[in-house]
Design a binder for this molecule. Structure first.
Ligand SMILES: *Cc1c(COP(=O)(O)O)cnc(C)c1O
Length: 365
């Protein structure tokens, strides 16, 4: 592999950019993984070689995120979307309520699934405001009889992100962190469960990470299908059936890359720097560009914005594409523009977009 490898300015919302170093290592190991004469994809999931990959990935995640001992780390399939169903299936009973905080399309989907198993209630919602903001902590009303509280820590489509989380006391707090997991330090002990599809910040699609407190596992409903019980996977170290072995290997390599970068603190600082380049281009544009999210709720991961003039917005997206920027079209339900600057998106890519935005404004005003 040479340094002339062509790499796109990748702002895809998911699946999304992976670190070049990780791709190169995977390429180098692809046909002969550590002298086995096989690729990771060809190993038995019960082999010692794969077991090491699997357990190392779990150990790395525990260390990077400082996950306390009383939590399990699971690697599941079905994406974050299956978690929307598995959570109520395991933790909600027919006569019970669960509180949902609605901050975007993904939280709406989670809410909808819960209504199949019990009674989800809204603890707060920013829907009326077209999800421009995260509700103030003081506006969140948690039903005291809730089996759990669910929130989405980063709203991939609308570009908002929680900066501080509610204290739910004895009621388990469950967070969908699909689009900002491991982008910054988080106090895991605030949550009873955290889950995330890997394809935004952690690796390729196909693996779903679940971090779950052990006491929650014990309280789960039992009369549900084996594969949909968290306890099945925790009792079997996520090896009850064949796990997505190659995805787990890639996830482990991404976590190793994060360690090599200097860990979460460095990643967090870098993410702040990256987002700032782009938000600065918006804020210094005198209204030529404007953001979708309110300033206090802005996401460091998904930067959503518009070009004030609709015709110019089309031109902006066309010229950006021409210039090698990928994935800048906003989600089909929102329109406009979105730059997803996940962990593996290099600083230079964000700087390049910021410069492109400034230049485009100069040329088109
Ligand atoms: C992408 C995303 C999902 C859906 O993930 P899948 O793995 O495709 O099921 C759910 N929640 C959030 C916050 C997301 O960004």
């Amino acid at each position: 592999m040479t340094i002339t490898t062509k790499r796109a300015y990748n702002f895809n919302a998911g699946p999304s950019a992976l670190p070049l170093e990780v791709l190169q290592k995977a390429q180098a190991e692809l046909v002969d993984f550590k002298g086995t004469g096989m690729s990771v994809m060809e190993l038995s999931h019960r082999s010692a070689a794969f077991e090491e990959v699997h357990n190392e990935a779990i150990a790395r995640l525990r260390k990077l995120y400082e996950i306390p001992e009383n939590y399990e780390v699971l690697f599941l399939q079905g994406g974050a979307s299956l978690q929307f169903s598995m959570i109520p299936m395991n933790f909600l009973k027919e006569d019970q309520k669960a509180s949902y905080i609605q901050t975007g399309a993904w939280s709406e989907k989670a809410f909808k699934e819960a209504s199949l198993f019990g009674t989800p209630v809204l603890a707060a919602s920013s829907k009326e405001n077209n999800y421009k903001n995260i509700p103030a902590l003081s506006d969140i009303q948690i039903d005291k009889e809730s089996a759990y509280v669910h929130l989405t820590s980063n709203n991939t489509i609308f570009g908002t992100q929680w900066k501080a989380f509610p204290n739910t006391g004895d009621i388990p707090l469950i967070a969908d962190m699909s689009s900002d997991i491991l982008s910054k330090k988080v106090d895991v002990s605030n949550f009873a469960m955290i889950y995330a599809g890997a394809q935004k910040n952690l690796g390729p699609s196909g693996v779903t990470v679940v971090i779950i407190r052990k006491d929650l596992l014990e309280s789960a409903n039992s009369n549900i299908p084996t594969m949909l019980k968290y306890s099945t996977h925790s009792k079997n170290n996520s090896l009850y059936n064949t796990p997505p072995t190659f995805g787990i290997y890639m996830l482990g390599e991404v976590l190793k890359w994060m360690e090599d970068q200097g860990g979460l603190e460095v990643i967090e600082q870098r993410n702040e720097e990256k987002a700032k380049y782009i938000y600065d281009a918006i804020d210094n544009s005198n209204g030529f560009y404007f953001g979708h999210a309110t300033e206090e709720s802005r996401s460091l991961m998904n930067i959503t914005f518009r070009v004030a003039d609709e015709e110019l917005e089309k031109k902006f997206l066309a010229e950006a594409k021409e210039a090698g920027f990928v994935g800048l079209n906003g989600h089909r339900s929102v329109g406009g523009c979105r730059a997803s600057a996940y962990n593996a998106v290099p600083v230079e890519t964000c700087l390049a977009l910021s410069e492109f935005m400034v230049k485009f404004q100069q040329d088109n005003q």
